[in-house]
Design a protein around this ligand. Structure first.
Ligand code: SF4
Ligand code: SF4
Length: 448
């Protein structure tokens, strides 16, 4: 007998449409008021235990609802299924993901940076140890994903070259898929560097622009005090079409719709509209080192409001949105047994926030992993299925319990642990629906 999914979200959008969203399958559908009336009639019958004998319209709608995961057999436990998929993702060793910081040095001096004033580069011995580490695990590996991180990873381009070459050779020997991405401030992303990174299979980059030129240049000056915005924009123009480009904007209370609007206008003038996708980072004092910024940060609830306002602005101005709420088996790498952040000394971490702070290391890449290490277990053992509020939450498939570090390290209230979608789902569903329509129009235009 069919039943409604617990993870359905329906809401009126305009006079012409209702939005139907299923957080488990990620399906989005637009229903006319007539369809929605059919849906309501159908739900009454399903809740009364009716198995068949539906009229033609109801039978057709039921088929579509089953296809989108809005309806499932009543013998099916959605929660158990989610937990099963969560555990597969958590313990799978067929994929190895490494976030590698070849150096902690940086050419910028951002006010909020927890990596500031750190130095250190990988030694030749460590590069050998990293290649050995991958080779030992290569048999049985189906994919190796690398994210180049830092500090500013492009200050260690020679190490990216050396390690990429080793990982690619191993992929040919052991037949695993190899792919990489890079998180960079973009200043050193010159055409020569981009061409070389493409040869080294770096397929995507994330670059931070903290506002329009006048704001960004104050928030993210170079170490020598000079501006960086114009150079980054020039570099991004060359990257287009060679790598996927995601622009991250770290948001604190100094940002307004006007500030973001100005940034988007400048990106449009630079020819980047529709070519880059944009995501908004919720700036938070993640460690002691950056506690100095805590007064300027948004609380989760306040951030959820500005986040949806900024997303709406992106759509109005024809920009692509990166990272809309979507189903995911885990919240982040800290819950995946085979994912690590590696610092220039080979120390391993479970979370991006702690790279370079050896008090959070779970051991060195040259040693055998200790899965009983408190710094491994601290975040890995956070399991959303152990929390009643998460088990009973109809956003669990897209949130998966929220950031484990926020939950266990920072003494936050349960409201602050929840992702912003808990508070802004209504506008976010409108944004999801509008962005799907925008993408469909874009595809149709490209094909015509
Ligand atoms: S624990 Fe939180 S901050 Fe760390 S990687 Fe996961 S989501 Fe990000
Ligand atoms: S952290 Fe909050 S939003 Fe996320 S699953 Fe748990 S209760 Fe839901």
């Amino acid at each position: 007998m069919p039943k409604q999914s617990f993870y359905n979200h329906f809401q009126k959008w305009t006079d012409d449409y209702y939005i139907a969203y299923n957080a488990c399958s990620g399906a989005v559908a637009l229903m006319t008021p007539e369809h929605y009336a059919t849906y309501e009639a159908l739900v009454v019958k399903l809740n009364a235990g009716q198995k068949d004998g539906f009229n033609e319209k109801e039978a057709e709608l039921l088929k579509q609802l089953e296809y989108g995961g809005f309806v499932c057999p009543d013998t099916h436990s959605e929660l158990q299924d989610l937990q099963f998929k969560h555990n597969i993702a958590r313990y799978s060793c067929s994929n190895l993901s490494l976030v590698i910081a070849p150096t902690m040095a940086c050419n910028m001096a951002c006010e909020y940076c927890y990596e500031s004033n750190k130095t250190g580069r990988m030694s030749k011995e460590l590069i050998d140890a990293m290649a050995d580490y991958v080779e030992v695990r290569a048999q049985g590996l189906t994919s190796l994903d690398i994210t180049w991180y830092g500090g500013e990873p492009l200050l260690a381009m020679d190490m990216i070259e050396e390690l990429s070459g080793r990982f690619i050779s191993l992929s040919e020997k052991y037949h695993y898929e190899y792919g990489a991405s890079i998180v960079t401030n973009g200043y050193l992303l010159t055409p020569e560097v981009v061409d070389r990174l493409c040869e080294l299979r770096v397929k995507a980059c994330q670059v931070t622009l903290d506002g329009p030129a006048s704001v960004h240049n104050k928030k993210r000056p170079l170490k020598n005090g000079k501006d960086s915005f114009a150079t980054i924009i020039r570099n991004l123009n060359y990257v287009l079409g060679k790598m996927a480009v995601s622009v991250r904007v770290n948001v604190d209370q100094s940002f307004s719709v006007e500030t973001i609007g100005q940034l988007l206008d400048e990106l449009e003038q630079a020819g980047l509209r529709e070519k880059v996708s944009i995501n908004f980072g919720h700036l938070e004092p993640a460690t002691q080192v950056c506690s100095n910024i805590s007064e300027s940060c948004f609380e989760t609830l306040a951030f959820s409001k500005v986040e949806s306002d900024f997303f709406k602005l992106l759509l109005e101005k024809g920009f692509r949105i990166d990272k809309l709420p979507a189903p995911s088996a885990v919240c982040c790498m800290s819950q995946i047994v085979n994912s690590f952040v590696v610092d220039p000394q080979g120390e391993l971490y479970r979370c991006w926030n702690y790279v370079g702070d050896v008090s959070h290391s779970m051991g060195n890449i040259a040693d055998v992993h200790n899965y009983q290490h408190p710094n491994f277990l601290k975040l890995f053992s956070v399991d959303p299925f152990e929390y009643e509020t998460c088990r009973e939450c109809n956003l669990l498939p897209i949130c998966m319990g929220g950031c484990p570090d926020r939950r266990v390290s920072r003494g936050l209230s349960s409201e602050q642990v929840c992702e912003t979608w808990k508070y802004n789902l209504e506008p976010m569903l409108e944004i999801i629906a509008a962005s799907r329509q925008q993408e469909a129009r874009r595809r149709a235009k490209e094909q015509s």
